[in-house]
Ligand binder design. Structure first.
Ligand SMILES: [Zn+2]
Length: 226
C-alpha cells in the first residue's frame, strides 16, 4: 500500500482534508456533498454544523491515554463514569471502546465521518454533550436528524453507529460519507494498525495488541452499513 494511504487510514496525515466551516476539517471530496446537504438543510431552517470532523492519530491517542490514566472519565452506556478498580486491562479497553475508537482505527481519521448538530438550536450557554437525549424527540437536534434520516442518502451519507450492535454505542450524531468510507474500511487491516500502534505511546499497548482481532470484529467491522 502507498505510504500516503496508510497515513490517511490511520490518522497520521491531514493532507487529504480541507477546512470546512467552524474550524473543522473534512476530506476534500466530502466538502462538496456536505456543502450541498448543508444548503438544503438551511432551506428547511436548520443550521447543520460539524462539531467534530477530521481527527488525527495524535489527538485520538491523547483521548485514549487520558481515559486510561483517569484524566478523562470512562463512561458506560448511560454516560455514567465507570471505576477502573477491579477491572482487567482487557475490560478497561472494551469499556473505553464503547465511546472512543482505538487510535489508528477511528473513522474520524479519514475525514469522511462527522459529528453533526443543528447550530440554530444552540443558546448562548449551551454546551453540546453529544448524548442520546439531545437527538431524541424533544431534544434540540432531533428535527435536523429526522430530516437527515429522510435526506442524507441523496448526498451519500449514512449512519454507521445507528443501532447497538454490541460494539460502539449508538451515536446518532455520527454521519459517514459512504463512497469513500466503504473503501477505507475495506483497506484498513490489522497488520497496518499493529505497525502504527507499535511505534506509538499508546497506553495499554500490549493488551490492545493481544486482543486486536476481537477489537476489529466487534468495534471496527461491526457497523450499520448503508
Ligand atoms: Zn463521531
Amino acid at each position: 500500500m502507498a505510504k500516503s494511504n496508510l497515513e490517511l487510514l490511520t490518522g497520521l496525515t491531514d493532507s487529504h482534508t480541507v477546512e470546512f466551516l467552524n474550524n473543522q476539517r473534512v476530506h476534500r471530496e466530502v466538502e462538496k456533498p456536505l456543502k450541498a446537504m448543508t444548503d438544503e438543510a438551511a432551506k428547511e431552517g436548520y443550521q447543520l454544523q460539524v462539531c467534530s470532523g477530521y481527527r488525527s492519530f495524535q489527538r485520538q491517542c491523547e483521548i485514549w491515554n487520558e481515559k486510561v490514566t483517569g484524566k478523562r472519565p470512562i463512561l458506560d452506556s448511560h454516560n455514567l463514569p465507570i471505576s477502573q478498580k477491579g477491572l482487567t486491562e482487557e475490560e478497561i479497553i472494551y469499556a473505553i471502546l464503547r465511546w472512543s475508537a482505538l487510535p489508528a482505527t477511528s473513522r474520524h481519521h479519514w475525514g469522511t465521518d462527522l459529528d453533526i448538530i443543528d447550530a440554530s438550536k444552540l443558546g448562548p450557554n449551551t454546551t453540546v454533550q453529544l448524548i442520546a437525549e439531545e437527538f431524541e424527540v424533544g431534544g434540540p437536534f432531533f428535527d435536523l436528524h429526522d430530516w437527515l434520516d429522510k435526506n442524507m442518502s441523496r448526498f451519500g451519507f449514512f449512519r454507521p453507529y445507528s443501532t447497538d450492535r454490541g460494539g460502539v454505542s449508538p451515536e446518532r450524531w455520527h454521519l459517514s460519507y459512504a463512497p469513500l468510507a466503504e473503501t477505507y474500511l475495506a483497506e484498513l487491516t490489522e497488520e497496518l494498525v499493529v505497525g502504527v500502534l507499535k511505534k506509538s505511546n499508546l497506553e495499554l499497548k500490549k493488551s490492545v495488541l493481544a486482543v486486536l482481532p476481537q477489537i476489529f470484529q466487534r468495534f471496527i467491522l461491526n457497523i450499520d452499513f448503508p
